[in-house]
Design a protein around this ligand. Structure first.
Ligand code: SF4
Length: 523
């Protein structure tokens, strides 16, 4: 179908990456950046080895260890007790050396969850195509990139050819308008969206988030939303880059005019090869100073044109939202913190009634129970959804002056070494540890039951992560997805808590709550 000359953000990025469009076959897309981690890459490297192939453009791949590295201590990470995890991490080290890919290993200052370090390094940039063997690659769409998760065989294809065959998805714009109310964060917004459209509501689509609420969010808040696009079934989530995006990227390591862009700098001279990531995404720059301006000029074109047609659109009034909590075993089983556990009769179809019944049984919940009466045994503040510095700052404000309930095991797992170091410089780590939280090394940790941080059967957890299906955080574990401030409050009270009623240390004098609780609000 012809759509005229007006194009969506997605269509612009897609068209700029088409290598070939064979009739009756998927489009072959050029891939700008591939993010690698220890779990989904070993077979792909082995496939290359068996075929006698090399990685076509090693400078377009960045690797880190995150999924199964222990977060308990530096020593535990250097000598991993679990044999499968140790083998995978060792394999990644060998593979990166053999195939010439830069690896941010456990001791590197840049190590962290793969979706944290791409943006932190400035490797994630507007207009790029980005892939990774992890579903939550959608995170990078917050920068106006087309970013999506791929399987192991696709990982091998990207390594060998720097391309990927893809069927073109449809487009879905979600407009969010108005100011987020007090205590409502980007996490609540995306949980609300998934609750409205369902976990398959965006299947087959790339979602563009637009509107005044989205534009008012920080990059951290935007990443939280794009991160969970996959939980609504979307191929990817995207947001138009703007001044907030440019301010975030400026000066970062792989950003245009960043340290690696300046071949005259000591670091740039020694690792100039990796500067390619910055250099050839944008029109050639005559000088170092021009590079940034050229990049921003290009990035400003990456917006949906007036009159562009989407396959589906919806609009949400952000001013009516309340903090959200999942009660069941999918991110779409979500309700307000001031609501009650739903009953099977609330389900809209026979299939939903079955899954409601199963979820209530697994979660050991009785319909009609007030959400704020649900006790928790554990609190996990971490993951690529909500372990950025802004998340930790907001949670620390809630925690400050309080102590973790004696019935609760609470941990903070910074998403990256950079976040950890920043939080320690700002005194946040001290606030958390004084309150009784464990302060961990960066990694995926309790987001998934693939490393030592797991729930015991029957344990109930308030978690800032993105998935709550059966056994996600450990066999028999029960997960309630919440925002960082809600997780922090639950750790203190020992039950799911409406953070809008929270009594802050020095309330009314030390700080203004509006500046504390609204993740992604104006800085
Ligand atoms: S934190 Fe969770 S969702 Fe994110 S990359 Fe790790 S395992 Fe995947």
């Amino acid at each position: 179908m012809s759509r005229g000359t007006a194009k969506t953000l997605f269509e612009k990025v897609w068209e700029q990456h088409v290598v070939a469009q064979p009739a009756g076959e998927p489009t072959l897309l050029y891939i700008d950046l591939h993010l690698v981690h220890e779990v989904t890459s070993p077979q792909a490297f082995e496939g290359l080895r068996l075929a006698g192939r090399s990685v076509r453009r090693p400078e377009r791949h960045i690797a880190t260890v995150d999924h199964n590295v222990p977060t308990t201590s530096v020593q535990d990470r250097l000598l991993i007790a679990d044999q499968i995890s140790a083998k995978q991490v060792d394999a990644l080290r060998r593979n990166c050396t053999e195939f010439g890919i830069e690896l941010f290993d456990v001791q590197a200052a840049e190590q962290g969850i793969v979706h944290m370090i791409g943006p932190e390094l400035g490797a994630t940039k507007p207009g790029m195509t980005i892939v990774c063997g992890d579903s939550h690659t959608s995170t990078h769409g917050a920068f106006g990139a087309l970013a999506f998760g791929i399987g192991t065989s696709e990982v091998e294809h990207v390594m060998a050819t720097q391309t990927l065959p893809q069927d073109k998805p449809k487009t879905f714009r979600i407009n969010v308008e108005g100011d987020l109310p007090y205590g409502v964060t980007a996490k609540d917004l995306i949980l609300d969206i998934i609750g409205r459209i369902g976990t398959d509501g965006a299947t087959g689509y790339v979602v563009e988030y637009a509107g005044s609420t989205i534009r008012a969010l920080s990059m951290e808040g935007r990443m939280t939303i794009c991160n969970m696009s996959i939980e609504a079934g979307a191929r990817a989530g995207m947001m138009a880059p703007d001044e907030t995006t440019f301010a975030y990227l400026r000066g970062r390591r792989f950003a245009p005019a960043g340290p690696l862009h300046n071949a005259a700098s000591a670091e740039g001279a020694s690792v100039a090869r990796k500067g390619v990531i910055a250099l050839d995404d944008i029109p050639a720059a005559a000088t170092h100073a021009d590079a940034w301006e050229n990049a921003v000029a290009h990035w400003r074109t990456l917006v949906t044109d007036e009159g562009a047609i989407f396959d589906r659109e919806m609009t949400i009034d952000a001013t009516k939202l309340a903090p959200r909590v999942t009660w069941g075993t999918s991110p779409g089983m979500v309700t307000g913190i001031d609501d009650v556990v739903p009953s099977i009769e609330d389900a809209l179809s026979d299939a939903d009634r079955k899954s409601f019944a199963r979820a209530l049984e697994y979660m050991d919940l009785t319909p009609g129970t007030k959400v704020t009466d649900i006790r928790v045994d554990a609190v996990f503040l971490g993951s690529c959804t909500n372990a950025r510095i802004e998340d930790l700052r907001a949670a620390a404000k809630v925690v400050s002056g309080h102590h973790v309930a004696t019935t609760v095991r609470a941990m903070v797992v910074p998403g990256s070494q950079q976040v950890k170091a920043q939080a320690e410089r700002e005194g946040l780590a001290t606030i958390f540890t004084t309150a009784g939280f464990e302060w961990r090394e960066p990694g995926c940790s309790m987001c998934l039951g693939m490393n030592p941080d797991i729930l015991q059967p029957g344990e109930r957890c308030a978690s800032t992560s993105n998935r709550n299906f059966e056994g996600r955080q450990g066999r028999g574990g029960r997960t309630h997805l919440v925002s960082p401030v809600m997780a922090a409050a639950a750790a203190i009270t020992g039950r799911l808590t409406d953070v809008r009623t929270w009594k802050f240390e020095g309330e009314g004098t030390a700080f203004e709550p509006e500046q504390v609780l609204v993740q992604g609000g104006p800085r």
